[in-house]
Design a protein around this ligand. Structure first.
Ligand code: CO8
Length: 303
């Protein structure tokens, strides 16, 4: 990926890999008009780099919130706005989600947003988590996760909302819903998303034990669809994307909706009660204590 990005930045290659090498890229900031047939639009904000090549319909979202791409309220809000923009953009047909932080896809929800906060803040945070899931799981776009690093908990959820998952074949990387290991419980829509991805029995086993699967185990269990060498992740994502984009949008979108709507509707029908349940649970003294210990453990691992 580094090589692809280097070539891309030097102007020799499109990030989307599908353009002709003879075509000189034009970098355009925020939707300014352009006569070129090869039109790239770049929306950067604090935590994300979003690039859309409107000539191919492909967008790439790179999460760039070091050290671990933790999903804070601010991050989730930026993500939701970016997705909304892409979703509304008639020229966008697919999006690859990846990370620009070395070795990390996403460490999941930002634990600091759940520890020592008011119930109001906690509720607002949880609504933002729901929102990103609703937007991604219900997206009309083709979504591909290019998992180029560790992907626990909310990071795994992000990846599971996508239509296809490609992971770097690195024994040091792992992915899974590890909530029980933190003493917390993955909500029903995390569980439903996992059931829809790897099946009921595997989910029951995986969720109770809070299993983090190595890349090869994730492939074996169907949690990811493909493993490739780290530097092949982006080119592979782009070539998989072109296969998906060969399918007429309307047929693919209706099929996707048919598969996912019951799961989405379940949260939509229970959104407020889910927020209330989360706030009640997470603000309990015993849960706050678990989160405090977990945060301390994360910090101590370094020293
Ligand atoms: N939130 C906030 N800060 C974090 C998080 C996180 N999820 N993960 C790591 N950090 C911080 C660390 O504390 C550390 O901070 P500092 O620099 O101040 O000491 C910094 O990020 C770097 O962390 P590491 O040194 O651990 O970085 P490594 O590269 O060695 O490891 C890992 C990266 C593997 C991602 C590791 O940090 C890790 O395992 N993190 C925890 C991941 C995790 O358990 N996430 C679960 C979050 S909960 C969630 O997503 C779903 C919750 C659903 C709730 C439902 C309730 C009802």
């Amino acid at each position: 990926m580094a090589a692809v990005l280097k070539a891309f930045r030097s102007g020799h290659l499109s990030l989307y890999g599908i353009r002709s090498l003879h075509c000189k890229p034009t970098r355009i900031l925020c939707q300014s008009p352009c006569k070129s047939s090869y039109q790239r639009r770049l929306f950067t904000n604090k935590n994300l780099i979003v690039e859309l090549d409107s000539s191919t319909g492909l967008a790439v979202i790179q999460m760039k919130k070091p050290p671990v791409n933790s999903l804070s309220l601010e991050f989730l809000t930026e993500f939701a706005i970016s997705l909304e923009k892409l979703e509304m953009d008639r020229e966008c047909r697919g999006v690859v989600i990846t990370s620009s932080v070395p070795k990390i896809f996403s460490a999941g929800l930002d634990i600091n947003e759940m520890y020592g906060k008011t119930p109001e803040h906690t509720g607002e945070f949880w609504r933002a988590v729901q929102e990103i899931w609703l937007k991604l799981y219900g997206s009309n776009l083709v979504t591909i996760a290019a998992i180029n690093g560790m992907s626990p908990a909310g990071g795994c959820l992000l990846a599971m909302t996508c239509d296809y998952r490609i992971m770097a074949d690195n024994p040091k990387y792992a992915i899974g819903l590890n909530e029980t290991k933190l003493g917390i419980v993955a909500p029903f829509w995390f569980k439903d998303t996992m059931i829809n991805t790897i099946g009921r029995r595997a989910t029951e086993y995986s969720l109770q034990l809070g299993i983090m699967y190595s890349a090869s185990e994730a492939l074996e269990n169907g949690l990811v669809d493909q493993l490739v060498a780290q530097d092949k992740i982006m080119p592979t994502a782009l070539s998989v994307m072109s296969e998906w984009l060969a399918i007429p949008d309307h047929a693919r979108q209706i099929t996707k909706s048919m598969m996912r709507k019951p799961t989405l509707d379940r949260l939509l029908a229970n959104r407020e009660s889910d927020i209330q349940a989360f706030v009640n649970f997470i603000t309990k003294d015993s849960i706050q204590k678990s989160l405090q210990l977990y945060l301390e453990m994360l910090k101590q691992r370094k020293s």
